[in-house]
Design a protein around this ligand. Structure first.
Ligand code: FAD
Length: 503
């Protein structure tokens, strides 16, 4: 039983339709038209391509249906100093030499007066962003020119698309509002749901996708909320789409503001915008005016206000219930992580789903699921805090606060390692890993005092020559990469904006 038909509910339903054997698992999704969905969530991470592959979706169809565009990373404007910017790309910087990470050679070159080119110029994805260019990565790409891509899309069209896809493949959809949740008297597991219409629906295993309400896991099972608002103080967002503009970027833009930041997400038919802010530092009215004053096209409708808290449920799986999406936790959309967290949780849940004979709860499976979920949430939390805490926006109360507060111990450790030796976290699975940390650490103006001494193995002249050769190779890879707008036009059959304007 899936409760909720936002992105979380329908992503879960679609994956169940694709993976679970229909003779062993009957899946029903309940959603309430009256309550509706949060209707935002338009920027993604490259892992979504794996999810689409799991469903067997045709990419061009998917992009046409959701008005999608390509995303090579995120541009951060003014996050360190008001007039500076950097890109966090989905791709690598440089390459390993003798098994040693590239940043150590770059740091050594700087420290030894070789004046290497800027770090970002060793990334194909950053250079493509700077040129508004896009091309599909080649299957034969080597590490030095490796990059991936994700999508921007219309969140409402995405949920509609998945709804059609999943119901066509055997998922039962029930429209109605759940007004009561009954527990089994003996085990304490969830037993049934009652709808406003009086209909009672029983189930063995329940997925709470009810959004911020967390109807099952939070309200009924009383799993406590862990609040992270002291580290991530933004608690509101205004969201408003505007007309599509000529600046058709293959990246999301995040522009820091005195009380938070503004996102800009280009889609085929419009641009998505929103202002995430901390109500302690800026009023709702000020934030609204600030957002409307920075749109690059005419607003389409009135801005919508969304309220949230940063944090997560102490356990995302309790008894015979797993929460996905906003019901399980929320981290502000600074690195577009929510849909990724949903996708990862769905994959883990399906791996660990009890067999139908077990009829629901299995403590061992729940514990493993919660372990995986906790570590991912904490890594992303640390990464988000890094963007805030490493700033030089002196004299602005929000930015002064986040620069000075006490960091989680796990982040303190990462920052000390980087400062001493230029070391960054590297994980085999999950986000965020080496190149992402490097983009943000350097982008936020942090420069380590040292580097890994293994990088000393290379003679100085050779280091200089290889640095220049690699720089030229990355630039050459970009070659005549086409404009993002032209790729969307030929791939999805949309007229490029400048041609529309000319005609
Ligand atoms: C400001 C903001 C910006 C965001 N930007 C991004 C982004 O760029 N990238 C990204 O990955 N994520 C982003 N997110 C997160 C993303 O929007 C959500 O993770 C995603 O939409 C999933 O939401 P959901 O399905 O959990 O909840 P919702 O969309 O709220 O859906 C909840 C569902 O539960 C149903 N429901 C609730 N109560 C009941 C009931 N009693 N009975 C029956 N049904 C019920 C509702 O009708 C609805 O169908 C953003 C979030 C916010 C707040």
């Amino acid at each position: 039983m899936i409760v909720g038909g936002g992105s979380a509910g329908w992503m879960c339903a679609a994956a169940c339709a694709q993976v679970l054997h229909p003779e062993r698992y009957a899946v029903t999704l309940i959603e309430s038209d009256e309550i509706g969905t949060v209707g935002v969530g338009e920027a993604t991470l490259p892992a979504l391509r794996d999810f689409n592959e799991l469903l067997g979706l045709n990419e061009a169809d998917f992009m046409r249906e959701t008005q999608g565009t390509f995303k090579l990373g995120i541009e951060f404007r003014g996050w360190d100093l008001p007039n500076e910017n950097y890109v966090h790309p989905f791709g690598s910087f440089g390459e390993l030499w003798g098994g040693v990470e590239f940043q150590h050679f770059w740091l050594r070159a700087r420290q030894q007066g070789l004046a290497p080119p800027p770090f970002e110029e060793f990334s194909v994805a950053v250079r493509a962003c700077r040129r508004n260019a896009f091309d599909f990565p080649s299957a034969t790409t080597v590490h030095s020119t490796f990059y991936g891509y994700a999508y921007h899309f219309d969140a409402t069209l995405y949920a509609d698309f998945l709804r059609r896809w999943a119901t066509a493949r055997g998922i039962t959809r029930v429209e109605g509002q759940v007004v009561d949740v009954a527990l089994d008297g003996a085990s304490g597991d969830i037993q049934s749901l009652t709808l406003k219409s009086g209909q009672r629906i029983e189930g063995d295993f329940f997925v709470d996708c009810s959004g911020f309400r967390a109807l099952l896991l939070g309200q009924k099972l009383q799993v406590p909320w862990e609040d992270w608002g002291h580290w991530l103080p933004c608690d509101r967002a205004w969201a408003v789409p505007c007309e599509r503009s000529a600046d058709f970027t293959p990246y999301t833009r995040s522009t820091a503001q005195p009380g938070g930041w503004i996102w800009r997400i280009p889609l085929q038919h419009r641009t998505g915008n929103g202002h995430v802010f901390a109500s302690k530092y800026v009023s709702e009215d000020q934030a609204r005016a600030n957002l409307l004053g920075q749109l690059d096209g005419r607003a389409q409708g009135e801005p919508r206000l969304l309220k949230f808290r940063a944090g997560r449920r102490a356990q995302a799986w309790s008894r015979n219930c797993v929460a996905l999406g906003l019901a399980s936790g929320f981290l502000e959309p600074l690195e577009s992580t929510s849909l990724f967290l949903i996708q990862k949780a769905i994959q883990d849940m399906l791996r660990l789903l009890p067999s139908p004979e077990a009829r629901g709860a299995d403590e061992r499976l729940a514990r493993e699921f919660n372990r995986l979920s906790d570590s991912l949430y904490e890594r992303i939390r640390d990464f988000l805090i890094l963007h805030y805490t490493a700033n030089r926006r002196f004299g602005e109360p929000l930015w002064d606060h986040v620069r000075d507060y006490e960091l989680p111990a796990s982040l303190q450790h990462k920052l000390r390692l980087f400062d001493a030796r230029g070391h960054v976290p590297y994980y085999k699975d999950g986000f965020f890993s080496r190149d992402s940390w490097l983009a943000v650490l350097f982008g936020q103006g942090l420069m380590p005092a040292g580097y890994d001494r293994l990088a000393d193995f290379m003679p100085r002249d050779l280091l200089d020559a290889r640095m220049r050769e690699l720089h030229a190779r990355v630039a050459a890879h970009l070659g005549s990469m086409p404009a993002h707008t032209d790729v969307i036009a030929s791939y999805c059959g949309v007229a490029p904006l400048r041609k529309q304007a000319a005609s």
